[in-house]
Design a protein around this ligand. Structure first.
Ligand code: BGC
Length: 365
């Protein structure tokens, strides 16, 4: 059932020239039916990832997926990481623009610095793409992401499924206040959980920069303020979820209080298998990277990328052409689907003490 969702998701992948349905390790740049080699026409594409701390996804999932997607498309890409520093991102962008990139894709660290980068790029005639996070008040030509409200809805529904119909005190650990996605995740989760009368919000706080260590401190404070009477935790990603689990563990509550997550990281999937985390959300980096490559090629060659709709940027008063993909809810029952899809490897998830849990969950190498 769940794997059918993933299959459907895979088939919704964007038809890049030469993008086969294999899972990597192919023989390089097979032209496929599109037949267009983009080598010379597209020039170089610059991609700036946000940091290495807010989620392991950026370096462990996005970077390799982006490298593979651009290589597959025969496009030269310069992928860098701003290390959580908006000034650094600005400098990297300046250098990339100076180097003559034709398209610049960023995962902004905040909308203000992102918009300033995009304005400079536009002045230099460089097209821009918002990768994963929408830059409010920005000028990106495309927005490539997942449906982030749905991500929040899946988290809310996942927590409700784990809690069942009982009186429950819920604490929210939201993502960074500077990340528009975090706003959408929280909205989506609230839309599900607020509709259940027996649930009560007993604490809610945004975690600056998605900082996992600060998340532990914040959760400890919320937990203490609630007198330890916490029945469920809506944590916006696996890192924040892990921070909450650590505090629950210290209080003998890990595994008793369901905690959500996002990104289907190795740690998140292992926590799901161990029962300390109730669910995570899988967002295939392979699909997101392929969609970015397609949009970048379209911009560089004067074509148009196939969009799924537009996203309203209320701050900028415009509708941004968007390619939004479908996130997938992951519980113990379908952790194996992430591995089968290449989202994580069996060796990483099922290592050491997790080998038996994988076997129990029917996950094989
Ligand atoms: C991304 C999440 C990620 C978070 C922290 C969000 O914008 O959509 O996947 O966990 O940032 O990096």
């Amino acid at each position: 059932m769940q794997s059918m969702v993933l299959v459907g998701l895979m088939s919704a992948t964007f038809a890049l020239a030469g993008c086969g349905s294999d899972d990597g390790g192919d023989d390089g740049n097979n032209a496929g039916d599109g037949g267009s080699s983009n080598g010379g026409e597209t020039g170089k594409v610059g991609v700036i990832l946000p940091d290495t701390e807010s989620s392991v996804r950026w370096e462990s999932a996005d970077r390799p997926a982006l490298e593979a997607a651009f290589e597959e498309a025969g496009v030269e890409a310069d992928i860098q990481n701003a290390e959580g520093d908006a000034e650094r991102m600005t400098q990297i962008a300046d250098t990339m623009i100076g180097d003559g990139v034709t398209v610049l894709a960023i995962v902004n660290l905040d909308s203000e610095s992102g918009a300033a980068i995009q304005e400079k790029a536009a002045t230099a005639g460089v097209a821009t793409i918002d990768y994963d996070r929408l830059t409010l008040g920005g000028s990106a030509d495309y927005y490539v992401s997942f449906d982030n409200t749905v991500v929040g809805e899946l988290q809310g529904q996942g927590l409700a499924d784990c809690l069942g119909e009982k009186d429950a005190n819920i604490v929210y650990l939201n993502g960074s206040p500077t990340d528009n996605n975090a706003t959408l995740f929280a909205e989506g989760a609230h839309s599900v959980l607020d509709a259940i009368d027996s649930y009560k919000v007993v604490g809610e706080q945004a975690v600056p920069d998605w900082d996992n260590e600060e998340a532990a401190t914040i959760f400890q404070q919320l937990y203490t303020a609630a007198d330890g009477k916490v029945d469920g935790v809506l944590a916006a990603n696996d890192g924040l979820g892990g921070a909450a689990i650590g505090v629950l563990e210290a209080n003998g509550q890990a595994g008793k209080v369901p905690v959500t997550g996002q990104d289907a990281t190795v740690e998140g999937l292992q926590n799901v298998l161990a029962g300390t985390q109730c669910m995570t959300v899988y967002k295939s980096a392979k699909l997101e990277a392929a969609a970015l490559a397609e949009a970048a090629i379209a911009l560089a060659t004067g074509g148009e990328a196939e969009t799924t709709g537009t996203t309203e940027d209320a701050e900028g008063g415009r509708d941004v052409p968007s390619i939004l993909l479908d996130p997938v809810s992951i519980t113990k029952d379908n952790v194996g689907d992430v591995i089968a899809d290449g989202g994580q490897s069996y060796a990483d998830v099922c290592s050491g003490e997790y080998a038996d849990l994988c076997t129990e969950a029917g996950i094989t190498e």
